[in-house]
Design a protein around this ligand. Structure first.
Ligand code: ATP
Ligand code: MG
Length: 571
């Protein structure tokens, strides 16, 4: 296996917070919180005090741009001012009480961050949803959560109105609209804010009280409603902010994920603000490669976080047109990143991509922390937040090198930064636990050096003629071929072997018109050369695009279902 020594990065490579892994793993301690914890009061307001006393370098707390010259820069003090007003809107004008649920569906606009903080200040429970939800999705979320309040914009308000009569708990609808348009039954946020004061006393929230309910990405099925406590992300994401994102109060972090996912809370709320960094936001309604590359070269962004699928798109561009003077650190999470993509990104920017592995249910489970040697293809080492072990289906730890379930130890003490429950689904919650472990549903193994290797989601692993094949390894081999822009590998029925490997491939532009049967043969030979030959895809289909979740993750489950719903092909 290749090991990249971190010192080989030729740009500013010195980690700011990392010494060495063993020291961090053994000495890192979360602050002890026994009674109450509130991120707004205990973290954000503390940064505002530091800022006032001159103890923080001049750096906005939130820096928003829309790509059309509109820009907002707020200090921690200003964030405090606006969010205290909004907290008063919630309690005085909307009669929301502690633990009431607030459903938030807004694009990347500054108000999204204000609603997050106002919920913290009032102890109301935030449910962020993506703006791409349909009326049916909204109905499901509002009914299951019993949300009392919804905050959205003028484009989504009609969808809420379609289903609102079926949601008896919903009694407050707030619209964020910068035009003067009014909508019956809705209260305008700007109007409401002009009627309240900026004095507000943050409520005392017990540390284990619910803080947020996030929706999983829905890669394997319907998104699950995942509840986290007040201290879970607010303290637990210290590891993300400090070691994986390597942030300080001087940094500017840009994370591109959609406001509907826990990933935005991970990086663009908690991870960054725990460290006092600036959260940079681009309105960008749709992921656009040239906007991303221009933004990275135009603004003093030091830290960039995006999804593997986004990196795959970015390296297809001519990156030599851009310079990335401020950029010091790049990370990704959410899916495996192909070593080939890391290499191309490094060639273009001089920077490695540091991988993070985690779930909506957790904070970072494993990662390559800046300063640590990288083994491309590995998800790095266990986060100091958790005791991560590879375990069998009964929850018994397995030896190094053996493939099993990626698990987190929960006995004798359940880590405080693990989710509390899937809302309204105790059976599903209970199914995640086996003996002393929480099982992630992902398969992997740990090597002799303690690095973890992701094999695949348990359901995605292919069993062919007695071999277990992780789709990721085959996809990594395929993308090394210049004809392949991206691929998804799934099992396909076979009369003799039971299952065989099938690859769905999106071709790079220059190969689109090549002879397909020749390409199939070339790609099969290529995979046999770069990985164990038994893994080569016996079936290959070229497609225009791969099925993905709204957050851009490949839905292998969809391709697999398609394969297995048709009759097995004769050889
Ligand atoms: P659902 O649970 O609804 O099917 P999801 O699991 O994709 O969707 P998330 O919580 O957003 O929802 O994603 C967590 C999952 O993403 C992990 O369990 C893992 O399968 C995958 N993942 C995250 N980071 C990585 C990574 N670095 N490498 C490989 N897989 C990753
Ligand atoms: Mg999941």
């Amino acid at each position: 296996r290749i090991i990249i020594r971190d010192s080989h990065t030729h740009k500013a490579c010195h980690p700011k917070n990392f010494t060495d892994y063993d020291t961090i793993k053994h000495e890192f301690k979360f602050p002890q919180i026994s009674g109450h914890f509130n991120f707004a009061e205990d973290v954000l307001d503390k940064w505002a005090e530091k800022e006032k006393a001159g103890g923080r370098a001049p750096n906005p707390a939130l820096w928003w741009v829309d790509g059309q010259r509109r820009e907002v820069q707020w200090s921690f003090e200003e964030l405090g001012f606006h969010s205290r007003k909004l907290a008063n809107v919630f309690t005085e004008l909307c009669q929301l009480r502690q633990r009431d649920r607030v459903f938030l569906m807004l694009p990347r606009i500054p108000e999204w961050w204000l609603v997050n903080i106002a919920c913290l200040r009032t102890g109301t429970v935030l449910l962020p949803g993506t703006c791409q939800l349909t009326a049916r999705d909204i109905l499901h979320r509002l009914r299951t959560s019993g949300a009392k309040c919804v905050v959205t914009d003028e484009f989504l308000a009609p969808l809420v109105d379609e289903v609102a009569p079926q949601c008896p708990a919903l009694n407050c609808k707030i619209i964020v609209s910068h035009s003067n348009s009014r909508r019956d039954g809705w209260r305008n946020l700007q109007d409401l804010m002009s009627h309240v004061s900026s004095n507000h006393v943050c409520v005392k929230t017990p540390r284990d009280d619910p803080m947020s309910i996030f929706f999983t990405s829905g890669t394997t099925g319907s998104p699950k409603m995942t509840q986290h406590s007040q201290c879970s992300f607010g303290i637990g994401l210290t590891v993300n902010g400090k070691y994986w994102l390597d942030l300080t109060a001087r940094d500017v972090l840009w994370n591109t994920s959609d406001t509907g996912w826990a990933k935005t809370a991970w990086s663009s709320v908690y991870g960054a603000w725990i460290q006092g960094s600036c959260v940079f936001v681009h309105r960008m309604p749709r992921f656009d490669t040239s906007t991303v590359l221009e933004t990275l070269s135009k603004f003093p962004i030091t830290t960039f976080c995006t999804a593997p699928t986004a990196y795959r798109m970015l390296i297809q561009e001519d990156m030599s047109k851009y310079s990335f003077g401020s950029l010091q650190h790049c990370v990704c999470a959410g899916e495996p990143i192909n070593p080939e993509v890391m290499q191309k990104w490094k060639q273009a920017t001089g920077l490695h991509i540091y991988e993070g592995y985690g779930q909506t249910e957790t904070v970072l489970i494993a990662g390559t922390f800046k300063g640590m040697d990288i083994k491309p293809g590995s998800i790095g080492k266990a986060s100091p937040a958790y005791d991560v072990q590879i375990v069998d289906d009964e929850g018994t730890p397995l030896s190094k090198g053996t493939e099993g379930n990626i698990g987190i130890r929960v006995k004798p003490h359940k880590p405080f930064c693990l989710f509390t429950e899937y809302t309204g689904d105790p059976e599903k919650t209970a199914e995640c636990y086996r003996a002393d472990f929480y099982l992630t549903g992902d398969r992997g193994y740990m090597d002799e050096d303690g690095y973890l290797w992701f094999v695949g989601r348990a359901d995605d692993v292919i069993l062919s003629a007695g071999y277990r094949i992780g789709p990721f390894e085959v996809e990594n081999a395929l993308i090394e071929h210049e004809a392949v822009a991206e691929s998804a590998v799934v099992s396909s029925p076979d009369p003799i072997r039971g299952e065989v490997v099938k690859a769905f491939i999106v071709l790079t532009a220059e190969y689109e018109s090549h002879d397909k049967s020749q390409l199939v043969a070339d790609l099969q030979t290529h995979v046999k050369q770069v990985t164990a030959p038994y893994k080569y895809p016996r079936k290959i289909e070229f497609v225009e695009q791969l099925p993905k979740t709204i957050s851009g993750k490949i839905r292998r489950v969809e391709l697999r279902k398609r394969e297995w719903s048709t009759k097995p092909e004769a050889e």
